[in-house]
Design a binder for this molecule. Structure first.
Ligand code: NAP
Length: 538
């Protein structure tokens, strides 16, 4: 160990982030007897569920599969109150987990990791924080989330606006009083939908700036009583198994029937049944052809367009809210509750920013090509620099000092989203080219990735080795496989954060692996079973 390294606090592993992945990673590595410290920029645990405090934030996965499986006690003790819990409940759950497993003692809060540098001579990482501290660790695990770097469009005149501006992912802890205010919301993705439907009847006036209309599915969200909880609890062992063996890590999966095998009436009936489930089942539990076949996708899209249109009073407003420029499911489908009814209200105005683009922000509000909209509060529900955004904003330097941002400048490359060649002993969760990056019930895929990383670290240590690194060949093979599958789908034809097209200058590339969470898990298991094939150790 060189002098600089030996003067630093020595750890076996550093975990960055205390969300779903970070908490579990901290727990599993500690269970193995490693000295671990987690760093978290927020003042509490929860990641996404800590930061995104906007009104109406709620999970789109059913609570009974949006949880950890590793502890029977935890599964017995925690009681979900409804099918799709609000943000506060999921945050409470993650706090409960942190307390139950005494995780806080090894989490340094209010601390952002700013840099991580690999030292080839010691085969260790030096991790630096915004508090000016540095640590030396053999292993580095990034639990930094896929949607954790918020994006605010650089409208001219931003600073001239005299009202309050907020991004949904940086919502103040103390809340914001919207009553009696003229509020604007920019963005109608999963976040914007939840904000709009929640605040429409609270504010004096709501102006929604929509660039692209989205397909949505109405959420069915029953409350759970003890009997329901007991019934679900009895299914937990089967559900734990089930979610690992489906395309998207949910309990539902694509049906066996092909769209073309059904009569038009049978198709309608099947779609209606899936629709009535009030979940993402309609999307990733229905027909897999929705992702591959343009004609079938159009039939399914038509069904959804009709469901949307019939709820909107004004046909001109309906024309704007019904998506026509992309196929259903080629971007994230939000669940909604009375979203379209919000636009039937007299105090809600929909502004189509494709027809009348936003030109600038003014002292009083937003200036579009058609005029000025006066606002007291402007909410940016404008999304994130997904997948790569957070990782490339940390000064991560691998072998030969190569900055990760530069390594990805000519194109993202990862080995199964778990490692990058040139960055030994660094592991990632929810990173590009894994299903966790977008096409997964996130806890299913994060637990699978954390388990794989834990086993891999255990392997390195048990063999008396110091490092493990994906080979360039294995990486190239995975990237080619990822791209091949991506290009078989309709997803690259649609602009969205899935493709990185929401970030100026980001080369379009499907971020998430579309081969299926089940197929991906098997591929990861195979790598392990073959003694970490495609990785070199030293
Ligand atoms: P998003 O899906 O990227 O949506 C951002 C919205 O902002 C889009 O409507 C986008 O329009 C709009 N926008 C961005 N820049 C704009 C500009 N310059 N002018 C006008 N409009 C602009 O982000 P998000 O809604 O925060 O959701 C991100 C992801 O987080 C979701 O897809 C989901 O995976 C996750 N999420 C999950 C939940 C849940 O589980 N319930 C809730 C919220 C978020 P365009 O579409 O035209 O680009």
């Amino acid at each position: 160990m060189n002098q600089v390294q030996s003067s630093l606090q020595q750890l076996d592993a550093v975990v960055v982030g205390a969300g779903f992945a970070g908490l579990y990673q901290l727990h599993t590595l500690r269970e193995q007897g490693l000295s671990v410290r987690a760093f978290e920029a927020g003042s509490g645990v929860g990641g996404t569920w800590y930061w995104n405090r906007y009104p109406g934030a709620r999970v789109d996965s059913q609570s009974y599969i949006y949880q950890y499986w590793f502890s029977d006690d935890l599964l017995k003790e925690w009681n979900w109150s409804e099918r799709f819990p609000a943000r506060e409940e999921t945050e409470r759950y993650l706090n409960f987990v942190a307390d139950k497993f005494d995780l806080r003692e090894d989490i340094q809060f209010n601390t952002r990791v700013t840099a991580a540098t690999y030292d080839e001579s010691t085969q260790r990482w030096t991790v630096t924080t915004d508090k000016g501290e540095s640590f030396s660790a053999q292993f580095l695990v990034m639990g930094t989330g896929g949607l954790s770097t918020p994006m605010v469009p650089p409208f001219p005149g931003h600073d001239t606006f005299k009202g309050l501006t907020l991004h949904t992912a940086h919502w103040p802890k103390e809340g914001v009083d919207l009553k009696g205010k003229r509020v604007g919301v920019i963005g109608t993705g999963a976040t914007g939908v939840q904000v709009i439907q929640t605040i429409a009847d609270q504010v004096k006036h709501l102006t929604v700036f929509q660039r692209t209309a989205n397909y949505t599915i109405p959420m069915l969200n029953p409350k759970y009583d003890d009997a329901m909880r007991a019934s679900l609890r009895a299914q937990y062992p089967a559900l734990k198994e089930r979610v690992q063996n489906t395309f998207a890590g949910f309990d539902y999966d694509f049906g066996d029937k092909n769209f073309h095998d059904l009569t038009p009436e049978e198709r309608q009936r099947t779609m209606q049944t899936l629709w009535d489930d009030g979940s993402l089942n309609f999307w990733i539990g229905g027909f897999k052809e929705v992702f591959f076949d343009e004609a079938i996708n159009e039939e399914i899209s038509k069904f959804v367009r009709q469901r949307i249109r019939e709820r909107i009073k004004d046909p001109k407003v309906a024309d704007k809210l019904v998506p026509t420029d992309h196929g259903f499911g080629t971007r994230r489908v939000p669940l909604e509750t009375l979203y379209y009814e919000a636009f039937n209200r007299d105090n809600v105005l929909l502004v189509d920013t494709k027809a009348t683009p936003i030109e600038r922000m003014t002292e009083k509000g937003i200036q579009t090509s058609a005029g000025e909209h006066e606002l007291d509060i402007l909410i940016f529900a404008t999304g994130f620099d997904a997948g790569t955004g957070t990782l490339t904003r940390i000064d991560i330097r691998g072998r030969d000092g190569l900055l990760l941002k530069d390594a990805w400048a000519d194109g993202i490359r990862t080995t199964m989203g778990l490692q990058v060649h040139g960055y030994p002993n660094m592991f990632m969760t929810m990173a590009p080219f894994s299903p966790a990056a977008a096409f997964c019930n996130v806890p299913t895929c994060l637990q699978q990735q954390v388990d794989w990383i834990t086993d891999c670290i255990q392997f390195v240590r048990s063999q008396g080795l110091k490092s493990i690194e994906a080979t360039a060949e294995a990486e190239a093979k995975w990237v080619a496989h990822h791209d091949e599958l991506a290009n078989l789908t309709l997803i690259p034809k649609t602009k969205s954060w899935y493709m990185g097209t929401n970030v100026k200058g980001k080369p379009p590339r499907l971020l998430a692996y579309v081969g299926g969470a089940n197929v991906y898990r098997q591929a990861c298991d195979d790598v392990k079973a073959r003694g970490y094939e495609g990785f070199t150790t030293a």
